[in-house]
Design a protein around this ligand. Sequence first.
Ligand code: ADP
Ligand code: MG
Length: 461
Amino acid sequence: MTSRSFSSLPLDPAMQTNLDSLGYQQMTPVQAESLPVILAGQDLIAKAKTGSGKTAAFAIGLLARLQVERFRVQKLVLCPTRELADQVAREIRRLARATHNIKVLTLCGGVSIGPQIGSLEHGAHIIVGTPGRLLDHLRKQTLNLEHVDQLVLDEADRMLDMGFADDVETILAACPANRQMLLFSATYPDGIQKISARYQQSPVTVTVEEQHHPQQLVQHFYELPDAISRSEAVLRVLGQFNPALTLVFSNTRQQCQAIADDLNDQGVSALALHGDLEQKDRDRVLVRFANRSCLVLIATDVAARGLDVKELDLVINSEPSHDPEVHVHRVGRTGRAGEAGIAVTLFSAKEAGRLNRLEDYLKAPVNTESLPAFTKAYNREADMVCINIDGGKKDKLRAGDILGALTRDAGIPGSDIGKIDIFDNAAYVAVAHASARTALQQFDKGKIKGRKFRARKLARF
Ligand code: ADP
Ligand code: MG
């Protein structure tokens, strides 16, 4: 049992008093679990949801190990957006009130770089910044990271979502190898595991779950009457559950495309993903489902492998898989953290034998139901619009450039920008509906790196 009292930590009395004055009476769970690790100098991976007090967890850890008399950049915090960097810097400054003369500097895009260079010449202890601008300073050699002994990646998953993986790696490589590295993230996708494996040394993992119940899965097996097509049944199931994000599995490419076409005919924005598509089109479909500009995806098993989306609300098997193991794998993709996922399997009388095999495999009965009657039409629309830019890595286009054009040049709030994906010759950015026009106008009129790029909004299907 870890103590929740700040006084159980080896913090100096001034810090304890300051915490009291801020009304921080006891540690939040993520602070109680991670602060002892941080203070001991170990590398850390902390997973906890928003609002759990992660900022103070690392801020207290950085301040406790800061040497004020050494006026050098000792601590570096990377954040995905300028808004978040500002919030983090504010929290660090509040917590630093107890000690005189601690200099915290934010380095983000959206403002001219000149004054930042001036501030850097005056020196700072703690730098909080976004990857794009930090990289600019490294290139200009206006930022020296040689003395960094603690490094924080805050909201690491969002940082990777925004396309900053390469920039983050370049910045990590510019810091000393033996520094402590703290990684904070709400989720733990493959990209983060890679960065951790490369840059951390025996990290301690701290996971704070809000929900203590194991995630459950609700499965329905609906028998398909002869008179009803699979596409019609899929539409009915969508209307019944009204899911935010759905993956429909098909056993064949033909059926996959047919269901997508039928759904589109009914006005549902759905995309098909299967092996008959060219690589470039497959990439695009994966991007659109992952960036939430398309909410229904119909896929074959092979094609769905490239999909890094684990938080599906609903999985629909348009017909049962022949292989029970594949079935289990398919339905295991649904369910958000702590919430029950729903999996619906449609089967015709002829396909009932596959359910028997599933029962044998699961050693549990499969309860079949008749297909529910039509309740209401599925009419959910994505909140995000996907914009395709006709330039990519080969044009030296970086996520920071696109983000800068949209937030700094066009004045779109960072919260309206979603995932940014950059390929060799193309880039995609998800933008909230309300800001889509402004974004397109910006690409139309403005330049990125002195060059015009053509951009267009991708159609709903
Ligand atoms: P996260 O980064 O995990 O999303 P924040 O670090 O932004 O969360 O913290 C959320 C809020 O909780 C902030 O307003 C912060 O001031 C407050 N907070 C953090 N630690 C404590 C604490 N120990 N006691 C009370 N409030 C806290
Ligand atoms: Mg945070």
